[in-house]
Write a protein that binds this ligand. Structure first.
Ligand SMILES: CCCCCCCCCCCCC/C=C/C(=O)SCCNC(=O)CCNC(=O)[C@H](O)C(C)(C)COP(=O)(O)OP(=O)(O)OC[C@H]1O[C@@H](n2cnc3c(N)ncnc32)[C@H](O)[C@@H]1OP(=O)(O)O
Length: 391
């Protein structure tokens, strides 16, 4: 891809983007900030002018696109001619953001700029080899090679149950993967489970009281699910074993789901005194019809991999004996496809649903925040936590 000209001393303004020869930089996006204010945005624009090193083509296009989306909203200008490479690249980057809300674009701009600051780069330098781990957490392991960023649930002793920290690590991993130089992103699990869902002991640590824990949990869950709604690249689940709860409902926001024939899909929300999340109250009826969605989300029916495939939740089922080999061979081939075409086609599909998905996620989190404080939920959690002591 042609390089873009970088003039750190000059005022950073998208119209000054020229052509120059720099390798594409991998960007470690900093921990997500809360909603960015106009002042944060203006500070970030000034911070860009002070950058001493060229951040690479992809980052510059990302900055340009987020700046335009935050100031002008969705792309509203005609596409430049095929030979106008720089302006066409800028147009495509901006257009790929679709109907991303201005305030989200502003926040993402601030997050991206903050990750380019020297302190953030110092903490990430020297750690990101082509096939090395690109994330610190031991329970979420991120590697990147062959054009694939792999995000692994890595807590096999607890069936890959998701802790508070793991939610935050996944948000960070998706932000980083959205701007790295991989073509697709894949989730999978270590051990015999894909993921057993929310760590139910998350409910037992409420140092500032249950109401505060529930409020914080709802904020975390909403941001977590939004990071899947917003993810711009092809997102694939390699379901290597049983999947429970939120690891199942999130599949409705994935672009492809490949399952071993040992995988099962279980959403025991009613049994836990809880309700559906990750937009599944909208995506599951759309995917499998209301009757099948009810059996899963209300009645907690556990599906085999073949049943999940028949209901449209799973793209393809593979024999356990050949699962890993077949799936990774296929994904490495897919990762060689033109990334911009895949990204833009995904945006064409997703942009029609984004606003609806944001709204569904917000409503589900509000209802869950109340459910977590209900007697039904508290009793169910206590039963789980004390079940082994009753044996
Ligand atoms: C006050 C409000 C607080 C709010 C907090 C908010 C948090 C942030 C957002 C939350 C998002 C909510 C939306 C998500 C919903 C869900 O995901 S609901 C589904 C939750 N998961 C489950 O209900 C599964 C529970 N686990 C099991 O049923 C069984 O463990 C199993 C998965 C069927 C496996 O059984 P088995 O093969 O018999 O192995 P076990 O011995 O049971 O498990 C091995 C060890 O792993 C531990 N473990 C497994 N799953 C979980 C889990 N989900 N949470 C915590 N721990 C889990 C299990 O306890 C064993 O541990 P040890 O006993 O120490 O060996």
């Amino acid at each position: 891809m042609t390089a873009l000209t970088w003039r750190p001393a000059r005022c950073w303004c998208p119209s000054l983007l020229q052509i120059f020869r720099f390798p594409v930089a991998q960007v470690h996006v900093g921990r997500p900030t809360m909603r960015a204010s106009q002042q944060d945005f203006e500070n970030a624009m000034n911070q860009v002018k002070l950058l001493k090193e060229d951040p690479g083509n992809q980052v510059k296009l990302k900055l340009y696109a987020l700046y335009k989306q935050a100031t002008d909203g969705p792309c509203n200008v005609p596409k430049p001619g095929v030979f106008d490479l720089v302006n066409k690249a800028k147009w495509e980057a901006w257009n790929a953001l679709g109907s991303l809300p201005k305030e989200t674009a502003r926040q993402n701009y601030v997050d991206l700029v903050s990750s380019l600051s020297p302190s953030s780069q110092a903490s990430s330098q020297g750690k990101h080899g082509a096939d090395e781990k690109t994330q610190e957490s031991k329970n979420i392991v991120v590697t990147s090679e062959d054009g694939i960023t792999k995000i692994v649930f890595n807590r096999p002793a607890k069936k890959n149950a998701i802790t508070f920290q793991m939610y935050q690590d996944i948000i960070l991993a998706l932000k980083s993967a959205s701007t790295d130089n991989s073509a697709i992103t894949v989730f999978t699990g270590t051990g015999d489970y894909y993921c057993s869902g929310n760590d139910l002991t998350n409910f037992t640590s409420a140092p500032n009281g249950m109401e505060e824990a529930a409020r914080k949990g709802a904020v975390l869950l909403r941001e977590f699910v939004n990071s899947f709604i917003d993810f711009p690249k092809p997102l694939v689940a390699v379901v290597n074993g049983p999947a429970v709860g939120i690891s199942v409902t999130l599949l409705g926001l994935f672009d492809a789901v490949y399952a071993s024939d040992t995988a099962t899909f279980h959403t025991p929300f009613s049994q836990l005194g809880q309700t559906s999340e990750a937009c599944s109250s909208y995506t599951f009826p759309k995917i499998m019809g209301p009757a099948k969605a009810t059996e899963m989300l209300l009645f907690g029916k556990k599906l085999t991999a073949r049943e999940a495939w028949a209901q449209g939740l799973v793209s393809e089922v593979f024999p356990e004996s050949t699962f890993e080999k077949e799936v990774w061979t296929r994904l490495k081939a897919y990762a060689k496809l033109p990334p911009n075409s895949m990204r833009i086609s995904k945006e064409l599909i997703r942009k029609n649903e984004k606003e609806k998905l944001y709204a569904v996620n917000a409503e589900e989190c509000t209802i869950l925040q109340a459910k977590w404080l209900s007697e039904e939920c508290v009793n169910a959690i206590m039963n789980f936590v004390s079940r082994k002591s009753k044996l």
